[in-house]
Design a protein around this ligand. Structure first.
Ligand SMILES: NC(=O)c1ccc[n+]([C@@H]2O[C@H](COP(=O)([O-])OP(=O)(O)OC[C@H]3O[C@@H](n4cnc5c(N)ncnc54)[C@H](O)[C@@H]3O)[C@@H](O)[C@H]2O)c1
Length: 285
């Protein structure tokens, strides 16, 4: 589990850079791969997750794989926890060059509440954990961010389009992407960029908690010219966005989805519906 040699090539993209990676739970997590890839590119970072996830997950194993990276628990909805975390980050590194927000949770989805019948205190919690936390994190980070820092959050195309079982997470992702733009506009004067990466469906703990996730995964895979992007491929993309190679990219929602977001109709998806595509195309009636 997570101990194999990933054979990552070191381009030195993140040499001398320091940051925080929020959200690795286990070796399926997007943030797990992102942490491994940042480490491989020479970046140094704190690993953080909610206190409960520290007990349930395997975060300490990840720390070992990343050169004993410091592990500091923080509930991303707690101002007190975040204040302490960023104070420790300042002591450790002086300033920060990157932040990765890979956090999401919806109790409404976990408990299969239909969108028309959301439990509102869970709805507020979904927004707080999955979107407002990015605002809170950046707010607390402001005094320790270095000029040219790159701030990034993981999102999903459910922010723009309706996926029947994505429920209140679609609303949370729309807010998350808006927060990224709002901060991007304000932090440009410090050379700081803020973006979201809109990733393909990926088999993680959060992903698999969505009803009919396998069907969504297969549908997206068939409809994407390049197929679904894996967690490893997501991490490859993320390290470029944390590096100096992308220093003028800001306020963007960047699709990392094998082309899914630009597709309309496709024969492979139609074939899944049982149509004989060639015959039907020749005989439209
Ligand atoms: N898996 C997918 O299909 C997919 C696709 C696009 C975007 N994303 C997004 O990627 C991000 C990471 O999710 P993942 O798929 O790797 O699943 P994951 O379950 O591995 O990660 C979600 C993380 O959020 C953390 N978290 C929940 N509540 C928290 C809190 N209060 N404070 C701090 N951390 C908290 C969890 O402990 C967990 O580590 C999420 O934002 C998710 O919406 C996932």
């Amino acid at each position: 589990m997570g101990t194999k040699n990933y054979g990552l090539k070191n381009y030195g993209l993140l040499e001398g850079k320091t940051g925080i990676v929020f959200g690795p739970l286990n070796d399926e997590s997007l943030a797990w791969q992102i942490a491994l890839h940042i480490h491989a590119q020479g970046g140094k970072f704190i690993i953080s997750n909610a206190p409960l996830a520290m007990r349930l997950g395997s975060v300490n194993d990840l720390s070992k794989l990343c050169g004993d990276a410091p592990v500091i628990p923080a509930d991303a909805c707690s101002d007190d926890d975040l204040e302490k975390l960023f104070a420790e980050a300042k002591t450790l590194y002086g300033g920060l060059d990157f932040i990765v927000h890979s956090i999401g949770r919806s109790e409404n989805i976990r408990k299969k509440r239909p969108y028309e019948d959301l439990k509102y205190d869970w709805y507020m919690k979904t927004l707080d954990i999955s979107a407002v936390s990015f605002h809170r994190i950046i707010h607390h980070a402001l005094p320790v961010l270095n000029e040219g820092a790159s701030l990034l959050a993981l999102t999903f195309i459910g922010a723009q389009r309706i996926f029947s079982e994505y429920s209140d997470m679609g609303d949370a992702k729309a807010l998350l992407e808006s927060i990224a733009r709002s901060f991007g506009a304000r932090l440009g004067k410090r050379g700081i960029r803020v973006n979201t990466v809109s990733q393909s469906p990926t088999m993680t703990t959060a992903g698999k908690g969505i009803a009919h996730f396998r069907a969504l995964y297969d549908f997206a895979d068939k409809a994407s010219p390049l197929g679904n992007a894996s967690a490893e491929e997501c991490a490859d993309y993320v390290v470029t966005l944390l590096s100096d190679l992308t220093r003028k990219v800001t306020m963007q929602n960047l699709f990392h989805d094998g082309g899914f977001s630009s597709m309309g109709m496709d024969e492979r998806v139609i074939a899944l519906m049982g149509y004989d595509v060639l015959t039907d195309a020749e005989n439209p009636s």
